[in-house]
Design a protein around this ligand. Structure first.
Ligand code: AP5
Length: 215
């Protein structure tokens, strides 16, 4: 599968991407996870990205394209990839189109996960994420809780709230999404690649994607 997952913060892109990886071995490429790991490791990229992320703003396009150009050339991408949180702006989508043409790769599908705003707000305030950079399992204290002591079921590391899960940052992320990322829905509609899925069940979304890919 070569898929782009679009959707507001908290729509469930990461959750669906992880389920799809189990499905056929395609790799999940989450620019958010790559950036959070860089912040945690204190790399040059992390130092540049930290402030933007904590404020709920987008990291500049040139930094993101440098990361993605390198990542998409990695051999594991040959099995297929799920782009989670990228592209997020029209310039990123244009740059991705050029990069894919250069690498002789075509996208199968762009999925827009469409979830009502009140559900999103609830999910973002109740999410917990495994703090181990090699795991990063996604939890939710209501729908998928970590262990009772707050640790990850898979690796035992603490499952924590992210630095951008303050009310202020969540509001800013949703505004940024509406302004900068929703134009991509039109962009990919025109490219003939878009499939919008309105569903609250991640399993249902995965099944709908599997059916659309087979067509
Ligand atoms: P990023 O990490 O991409 O965050 P996001 O887009 O805001 O998305 P989230 O990770 O918050 O949500 P999600 O849709 O993956 O939902 P999840 O599956 O976790 O980006 C963070 C920051 O990095 C950005 O703000 C920006 O600064 C920077 N950045 C990243 N990429 C960039 C780019 N390309 N350009 C520029 N800057 C970039 O689910 C949410 C919760 O809901 C979880 O608790 C989950 O368990 C629960 N849940 C999910 N599905 C269901 C369900 N079906 N039923 C019940 N609960 C569910």
């Amino acid at each position: 599968m070569r898929i782009v997952l679009l959707g507001a913060p908290g729509a469930g892109k990461g959750t669906v991407a992880k389920l799809l990886t189990d499905h056929d071995g395609s790799v999940q490429i989450s620019t958010g996870d790559i950036l959070r790991n860089a912040v945690k490791a204190g790399t040059e990229l992390g130092k540049k990205a930290k402030g933007y992320m904590e404020r709920g703003e987008l990291v500049p396009d040139d930094l993101i394209m440098d990361i993605m150009e390198a990542r998409m050339k990695d051999p594991d991408c040959a099995k297929g990839f799920l782009l989670d949180g990228f592209p997020r702006t029209i310039p990123q989508a244009e740059a991705l189109k050029k990069l894919l043409a250069k690498l002789n790769i075509t996208l199968d599908l762009v999925v827009n996960i469409d979830v009502p705003r009140e559900v999103i707000l609830d999910r973002l305030t109740t999410r917990r994420t495994c703090s181990n950079p090699d795991c990063q399992e996604i939890y939710n204290i209501k729908s998928k809780p970590p262990k009772p002591d707050g640790t990850c079921v898979k690796c035992g590391s603490p499952a924590v709230q992210r630095a951008d899960e303050t009310e202020e940052a969540i509001t800013k992320r949703l505004e940024t999404y509406n302004e900068k990322t929703t134009p991509l829905i039109d962009f990919y509609q025109k490219e003939g690649l878009l499939k919008s899925i309105r569903s609250l069940s991640s399993e249902d979304i995965v099944n709908q994607i599997a059916v659309a890919i087979k067509k």
